[in-house]
Design a binder for this molecule. Sequence first.
Ligand SMILES: *[C@@H]1O[C@H](CO)[C@@H](O)[C@H](O)[C@H]1NC(C)=O
Ligand SMILES: *[C@@H]1O[C@H](CO)[C@@H](O)[C@H](O)[C@H]1NC(C)=O
Ligand SMILES: *[C@@H]1O[C@H](CO)[C@@H](O)[C@H](O)[C@H]1NC(C)=O
Ligand SMILES: *[C@@H]1O[C@H](CO)[C@@H](O)[C@H](O)[C@H]1NC(C)=O
Length: 685
Amino acid sequence: MGKARSMVSLFFLVIFLVRAQRSTAESTTEFIFQGFKGNQSDIQLQGDSTITPNGLLRLTDRNSNLAGTAFYHKPVRLVDSNSSVRSFSTSFVFVIIPSSSVNGGFGFTFTLSPTPNRTDAESAQYLGLLNERNDGDPSNHVFAVEFDTVQGFKDDTNRIGNHIGLNFNSLSSEVQEPVAYFNKDGKKEDFQLASGEPIQVFLDYDGPTKTLNLTVYPTRLGAKPRTPMISQHVPKLLQVVQEEMFVGFTAATGRDQSSAHYVMGWSFSSGGDRPVAATLNPSELPPSPPNRAKKRGYSGKVIALIVALTTVILIMFLLSVIFMLYKRRLQQEEILEDWEVDHPHRFRYKDLYAATDGFKENRIVGSGGFGTVYRGSSIKIKSSSSSDQIAVKKITPNSMQGVREFVAEIESLGRLRHKNLVNLQGWCKHGNDLLLVYDYIPNGCLDSLLYSKPRRSGAVLSWNARFQIAKGVAAGLLYLHEEWEKIVIHRDVKPSNVLIDEDMNPRLGDFGLARLHERGSLQHTTVVVGTIGYMAPELTRNGNSSSASDVFAFGVLLLEIVSGRKPTDSGSFFLGDWVMELQVSGEILGAVDPRLGSGFDEEEARLALAVGLLCCHPKMGYRPTMGMVHKYLNRDEDVPEVEEYSDSSRRSRLRSKYGGDVSSFDRVSSSSLTRISSTSFISAR
Ligand SMILES: *[C@@H]1O[C@H](CO)[C@@H](O)[C@H](O)[C@H]1NC(C)=O
Ligand SMILES: *[C@@H]1O[C@H](CO)[C@@H](O)[C@H](O)[C@H]1NC(C)=O
Ligand SMILES: *[C@@H]1O[C@H](CO)[C@@H](O)[C@H](O)[C@H]1NC(C)=O
Ligand SMILES: *[C@@H]1O[C@H](CO)[C@@H](O)[C@H](O)[C@H]1NC(C)=O
């Protein structure tokens, strides 16, 4: 009977014990706080922690040496009757706002604590969890996941800032990892805890396997990373955890290092086979606290730097644009010297630049003979007269010294008007270049008409055309020598300077231009310019250009037109001598271009050859004037008999001087300069 009673009392005792246990901690705990508004009574706050009016759980603000804790008001049953730690799962979103980029601190913990009253806990590195005396004491019975933002608070341990640790009764972490998450590709991505942005944490403990999984990532990523950052076997938890534990948070700031620590939402679940904490809905969480650190800290500096850099880059960009515009203007606009102003024939460089499309290569219609010639459209130039096309000759004289005098001449040359001259419209000086603007003559020069192989017409230049051209050139030269107000010496009469217009009318160009090149760099010296074969013998002796030397060149040109032969062929050939020999032997018509066949006027040919020979006389006194030449060609006067002369003296002179190869000289023609002392050219009549 006594045995039965004792059995019954034991039964009731067991019932009582079970009930007593149930009364303090329920077998399962489950809660979710989407923000903490209206839940003040469910959270036990201590120290400096508070729930803000809009529902954020703030553990500390950014003042120094604070410590705050917050625990769920009811204990959680964490050890089963068979002495194993029960599975639990928790999730929360936190924000840490540092007072400045370098001065954030110290951090916060998620804690399992036997009591929600951590009144003895200290601030700074003790994280509001423990103090100097009880740090590491096994009787603490605390387990904490620390979110530490301060570097190396203990010199003996190898701690780094911005890390997460698993702590058992101590603030020295047993397991420690830099803060990171695994991205979709399984790569570790580091990030900052104290960034001011919401960060999501999942902490799952599996009782049967004693495994603790921890996943941390910025909330903005949205999806939870598949792989936890820490997956740790933690059998030690059993020694720490008591049957009933309070779950919650602790945080602290230091003297110089402080951050505001916030928890925005929190869910928890324990008991059962595999508890999973309820998912926090980001849209239902209270707005994250304003990140004022941005203005004061690191980000502020970055913004200032970016603004400064942007400003500098903008200014540099503007400067370079201004510089480029300035350079373009310099390129287009001349800086005028005093003497250049007020010349009626001066063109603006800008206009010539526009007219020739910026001196484009496809505008080049010829080169050599002192410069490059560009075709331009005169529509873009107001001051341009007559034809709608112009030719712009770009010359780079070897010295600018003579340009001023030359321009003075051009000013008067610009007024020369004759149907057998290429009209000089004007000039422009730009940098080291002199630009001369002429009427554009479309058919090219006599040189190409006489010699170029596949001629456009397919036929040789007819006799009629040749004779007209000869007369035209004579008329042009006559105008220069005798009909204008001053004597103008052409100085470079030759086929390539005779342009042919639409009506097969010859036009003499480049008059006076050689003058520009006669000024040498040596003082008191003048360079004689001319083309070998067309230079009168006296030129090589005294360098004196005169109308007589122009007449000589015209004579050569005349013989050339009739015969279709270059003035010098090989070392020993000279056109004048050759024609003279034919004249002496009575076969003067043998000099006529054989390609003409019988298609020429015999009388005219004899006339032209006779005049040519007369003009080519080596002694200048024997040459006729252009006025006479004009009369001969127009049969107003009879041509006197030309006495036999030979200019072998010139040939031998040329040979000795140029190594016998006169023809090679012809090729370099107008640019071969012979330096001879001389003076004077255009003289008033
Ligand atoms: C928090 O407070 C709200 C509103 O008072 C209530 O509906 C909710 O159940 C509370 N949550 C918890 C976990 O106590
Ligand atoms: C302890 O008991 C719980 C049920 O109360 C069970 O789920 C768990 O597997 C047990 N653990 C061990 C180690 O036997
Ligand atoms: C915590 O301490 C307060 C007073 O400091 C006390 O009222 C409360 O009962 C304590 N709570 C626990 C769970 O010890
Ligand atoms: C912990 O993580 C590992 C590896 O991802 C996984 O296999 C295991 O199921 C996880 N355990 C819990 C309780 O989430």
